[in-house]
Design a protein around this ligand. Structure first.
Ligand SMILES: NC(=O)c1ccc[n+]([C@@H]2O[C@H](COP(=O)([O-])OP(=O)(O)OC[C@H]3O[C@@H](n4cnc5c(N)ncnc54)[C@H](O)[C@@H]3O)[C@@H](O)[C@H]2O)c1
Length: 339
C-alpha cells in the first residue's frame, strides 16, 4: 500500500472540527497526527471525541516537527496568510480554508513564500467537488454543447449569521459570494468585468458596517460569456444552490439536491422534500472529497485541484464587487493588476 501522509489540523472550530473528523474517519490515506487551537480546551474536546493523541496550542510546535508533511489550516480568516507563510517556510504542504485573506497584498506575500518553498497549496473551495457541479463542468469543458454563453448562479443561505460573525467576515462579497466567484471561474473561465447591485433587506443592523444581504452581481467573462450571481442571506425555505450554464448548443443545469424526489399531493396541494438546511448538510461529501484529493496530491506528488491563484482570483473578484458597489459603476478586473 502507498505510504500514509502525516497531517496536522490547525484551528478546530466549526469548520476545522469537520475536517478533523473526516480525516480520522473517511480518509484512510491520511494519518492525522496532531491538532492545534489557541483555545486548547476546544481542541482537547475534539481530540477526546476522536481519540487523537497530540493536542497543542501553538502551531509553531507542529511546524517544527519533521514527521508532519502537511497542515490543514481552518483558523479564523485573519490568521491564514501568516500561518501559510510559516508553514510554507517550514516545508509543509498546505490545505487552507477560504478565503486566503481579505487583503490582496497579504495573499501576494503568502503565495510568494509558497512558490519559493515549492510546497503544494490547495484552497478550500469545496463546491468544486460537488458531483452535480462537477458534471456541469465536464459537460461545458468538453464542448459537447458548444461554447458557454451565459451562467446563472443562485446561492441563498437559509438564515443570516450573527452580527459578530458578519462584522469581521469581509462582508457579503468576500464571505459569501466568494464561493460563487470561484464557481463561475470553474465553469466558464476568467471574469473580465463586473457590476453589482445590492441592498439591506433582511438584517438592518449590518448597515452600521456597510454590509449587504441581498445582491446581484452581473459578470462579463474574457471569452465573451455573460452571467449573474444571485445571493441572499435569507431564503426561509432552506439552502438554495442552483447553477445553469447556457451554451451555444444546449444548457447544463444543476438543480437543488433534495433528500427524496417524492411529491405528495393532498387537499393542501403538492408538497415536496425540504432542501438541506445549510452548507454542512448540503456539502458534507465535498468536505471529505476536497481533502481526500489534497492528500492524494501530496502522496503522489501531483498538482492540487484548487490552486493559490484560484484563491487569489476569488478575492480579487470580491474586492472588485465591493469597489463596484461603492463607486456605483462597472469595474474591470484588470484594475487590480492581478490578471
Ligand atoms: N469552505 C466552507 O464552506 C467554509 C465554511 C465555514 C467556514 N469556512 C472558513 O473556515 C475558517 C474557520 O471558520 P469557522 O467558522 O470554523 O471559525 P471558528 O471561529 O469556529 O474556528 C476558528 C478556530 O481557529 C482558532 N484559531 C484562531 N487563531 C488561531 C491560531 N493562531 N492558532 C490556532 N488556532 C487558532 C480559534 O480559536 C477557533 O477555534 C474561516 O476562514 C472561514 O471562512 C469555510
Amino acid at each position: 500500500m502507498t505510504r500514509k501522509v502525516n497531517i496536522a489540523v490547525i484551528g478546530t472550530g466549526r469548520m476545522g472540527s469537520v475536517h478533523v473528523a473526516n480525516l480520522v474517519r473517511q480518509i484512510p490515506a491520511a494519518n492525522l497526527t496532531a491538532i492545534c487551537d489557541i483555545r486548547l480546551e476546544v481542541a482537547q474536546a475534539v481530540a477526546d471525541n476522536l481519540g487523537i493523541q497530540r493536542v497543542v496550542k501553538d502551531y509553531h510546535e507542529l511546524l517544527a516537527d519533521p514527521s508532519i508533511e502537511a497542515v490543514l489550516i481552518a483558523t479564523s480568516t485573519d490568521t491564514h496568510a501568516m500561518i501559510i507563510k510559516d508553514a510554507a517556510a517550514a516545508g509543509k504542504h498546505i490545505f487552507c480554508e477560504k478565503p486566503l485573506a481579505l487583503d490582496l497584498k497579504d495573499i501576494d506575500d503568502a503565495l510568494a513564500v509558497v512558490n519559493q518553498s515549492k510546497v503544494k497549496l490547495q484552497v478550500g473551495f469545496n463546491r468544486r467537488f460537488d458531483k452535480s457541479f462537477q458534471r456541469v463542468h465536464q459537460i461545458v469543458a468538453s464542448g459537447e454543447i458548444g461554447r458557454p454563453c451565459m451562467v446563472h448562479v443562485i446561492s441563498r443561505d437559509p438564515e443570516s449569521p450573527s452580527i459578530e460573525y458578519l462584522r469581521t467576515s469581509g462582508g457579503m462579497f468576500l464571505d459569501m459570494t466568494i464561493h460563487d466567484f470561484d464557481m463561475v471561474r470553474f465553469q466558464v473561465g476568467e471574469v473580465e468585468e463586473l457590476y453589482v447591485m445590492g441592498n439591506v433587506l433582511i438584517t438592518p443592523e449590518i448597515r452600521e458596517f456597510g454590509d449587504l444581504d441581498t445582491t446581484i452581481v452581473s459578470l462579463k467573462f474574457a471569452n465573451g460569456a455573460v452571467g449573474t450571481i444571485d445571493n441572499s442571506r435569507q431564503a426561509v425555505y432552506g439552502y438554495d444552490q442552483r447553477l445553469e450554464v447556457l451554451c451555444s448548443d444546449g444548457a447544463a443545469i444543476a438543480n437543488n439536491e433534495v433528500e427524496t424526489t417524492i411529491t405528495k399531493g393532498d387537499r393542501g396541494g403538492f408538497h415536496s422534500a425540504k432542501l438541506p438546511h445549510f452548507f454542512m448538510q448540503r456539502y458534507a461529501s465535498c468536505y471529505v472529497e476536497e481533502v481526500r484529493q489534497f492528500v492524494e496530491c501530496v502522496q503522489e506528488d501531483k498538482p492540487t485541484p484548487v490552486t493559490g491563484r484560484d484563491g487569489l482570483m476569488a478575492v480579487v473578484l470580491g474586492q472588485a464587487a465591493w469597489k463596484s458597489f461603492r463607486e456605483k459603476r462597472p469595474v474591470k478586473i484588470s484594475e487590480f493588476d492581478r490578471v
